[in-house]
Design a protein around this ligand. Sequence first.
Ligand SMILES: [Zn+2]
Length: 297
Amino acid sequence: MPELPEVETTVRDLRPHLIGRTITRARVTWERSVAQPSAKEFTREIVGYKIAEINRRGKYLVFGLERATTEDERRRAKEQRADYQTNRPSDHPTKFLLVHLRMTGQFGFHEPRVKRDKHQHVHLLLDDGRELRFHDFRKFGRWWLVDNPEHVVGKLGPEPLEMSKREFLKRLRARRGRLKSLLLDQTFVAGVGNIYADESLWYAKIHPLRDATTLTDNEASDLYNAIRRVFKKAIGVGGTSFDATYKRINGQSGEFQEDLRVVGRAGEPCYRCGTPVVKTVVGQRGTYYCPTCQTLK
Ligand SMILES: [Zn+2]
C-alpha cells in the first residue's frame, strides 16, 4: 500500500512525462474512481487542461492544471497589448486534480489502441498521443477535480519532512492514545502508513502501544528523527515494493524492502539485540516490534 515515499516517488516519476502535456480526451470506466465531480462532469471538464505542476501532500498526488493556450492565441494576445494585460495566460494553476492511490492505485502510459484491461478505470489521452491510465485492482483509489485542493487535503497534519521538531513535540503533547494509531492518524502527521510507523517506532525504541502522553521529550525527539530518517532513506530508493501493489512508472520495484528492520520479519532476530521480532495487531493493523528494544513502560 503506497505511503509517503511511494507517492513521492510516483510524483517524481510522473513529472518528466506529464508536465506541459494537455489532456485531449478523458474516459472513466469505473465511475466511483472519481469522487468529485460526477464521472460524467469530470470527463467533460478536464479536457483542454494542461498539466502545469505535480506535487504531493500526504499520500495525495496534486496536479496543478492550467487552461492550455495555443501559440497562436499567445501571439495574438501579445499583438493586442491592452488585451494582453487582461487576458494573459495564468502563471498559476486554475484547477487541481488530486489522486489518492489507496491500496492498489497505479499509473501507466499506454498506446491508446492497446486494449484496456478491466482493472484500468480512468484514462486520459494526452497531446503527445499517449494515454495515461489508472490501474486499480481493489478500486479504492479516488480522483478529485477541484478549484481548491484544500477541500480535499485541508484537514491533513503537517508534512513530516517539513515540520520542525518543536512543532512535532507541540502536536504530540496535544494528543493521547496509542502511538501506533496516532502515527497513522493523517490529521496528526500526513503520509505515515503502516510500514513506516513500525519502522520509525523500532528506530526510536518505542513500543507501538505506548500512550502518547507517556513519552519523554527525549523519546519524542527520537521518534521525530526516526520518522524523518526512514522517509528520507525510503524516498532515496524509490519506496517499498512488497508485492505487485506498488511499482514505479517504468515497472521497476522500489528498494526499501531491503532496508526494513522489523516489518515482515516476525520470528527473525532483531537487528539490534537478536530477540525474535513479534507481530501483533493494533487497531486492526499488523504491527511488528522488538519486545526487548521496545518495552511497554
Ligand atoms: Zn531488539
